[in-house]
Design a protein around this ligand. Structure first.
Ligand SMILES: Nc1ncnc2c1ncn2[C@@H]1O[C@H](COP(=O)(O)OP(=O)(O)OP(=O)(O)O)[C@@H](O)[C@H]1O
Ligand SMILES: [Mg+2]
Length: 242
């Protein structure tokens, strides 16, 4: 069984009579425990797909299986419970809750799920993300990179089998981007979490094992990255000529 399987997914945004088709018969399979980067030009539908995979949007057509469950057929409340328990999500904006401390933000999925918060889990995540001693700080006391690490720690709190990350390094300098990508890699190999990571940065994409290119609504090609940023960059140029 795949960690994520999208089959013939189509999705359009409508505004009045205007219809903007974003995904068209889009299919993608993410093996359990694998690490895949998703790249494509701005506006090609990468974020839209992650929202669909997280059950935050419902496709017009098609099926999206996460761990064998069809999230596209779930009600809103089923989807949010399923997401909390099985899927970690990190979006372009960090979405931290400013009134909660760092530790409370990280443990939020447990709170929302009416589960007892594990201080040990919070502490181990704080230390894994080099945030030891920052648990009682508020988000506005953190740098951009630190906030982003809190967002990733929160996404991992419940030990999801799938992590969806949308340009998690987009606002970071090259060094912080590199170190966050290494955290993803470590997580992928240690906890066997399947990762689908959207990025515009070939250096970040090269940390993944595989890269898929999205254009005009569907995946146009997939390649092994060979952990070589130059290769990813050349493949991107070949696919998109830009
Ligand atoms: N809520 C919305 N309503 C209408 N159109 C939308 C909405 N969200 C996205 N779109 C449009 O859908 C298309 C795909 O958007 P999406 O955010 O998925 O692109 P993306 O590949 O993530 O781009 P980027 O690399 O810039 O983040 C774009 O043309 C965008 O303008
Ligand atoms: Mg996007």
């Amino acid at each position: 069984m795949q960690a994520l399987k999208a089959v013939d997914v189509s999705m359009a945004y409508s505004k009045g009579a205007l219809k903007r088709e974003v995904l068209k018969d889009f299919s993608l399979e993410i093996e359990q425990g694998s690490f895949t980067a998703l790249m494509g030009p701005s506006g090609s539908g990468k974020s839209t797909f992650l929202h669909l995979a997280a059950g935050l949007l419902v496709p017009d057509k098609g099926e999206i299986f996460v761990g064998g469950e069809n999230v596209a057929a779930m009600s809103d409340s089923q989807a949010s419970r399923f997401r909390r328990r099985h899927v970690g999500v990190v979006f372009q904006a960090y979405n931290l809750i400013e009134s909660l401390t760092v530790a409370e933000n990280i443990a939020l999925p447990a709170k929302l799920d009416h589960q007892k918060v594990s201080c040990e889990r919070v502490d181990s995540l704080l230390s894994a993300f080099a945030l030891s001693g920052r648990g009682n700080d508020r988000p506005d006391e953190l740098s951009g990179g630190e906030r982003q690490r809190v967002a990733v720690a929160r996404a991992l709190y419940m030990k999801p089998s799938l992590l969806l990350a949308d340009e998690p390094t987009g606002n970071l300098d090259a060094k912080s981007a590199r170190s966050l990508s290494d955290v993803f890699k470590g997580l992928n190999s240690r906890e066997n979490t399947a990762i689908l990571l959207v990025t515009h940065d070939p250096v970040v994409a090269a940390v993944a094992d595989k890269v898929c290119f999205l254009s005009e609504g569907r995946i146009v090609s997939s390649h092994n990255t060979e952990h070589d940023a130059k290769r990813v960059s050349e493949l991107y140029l070949e696919a998109f000529g830009q």
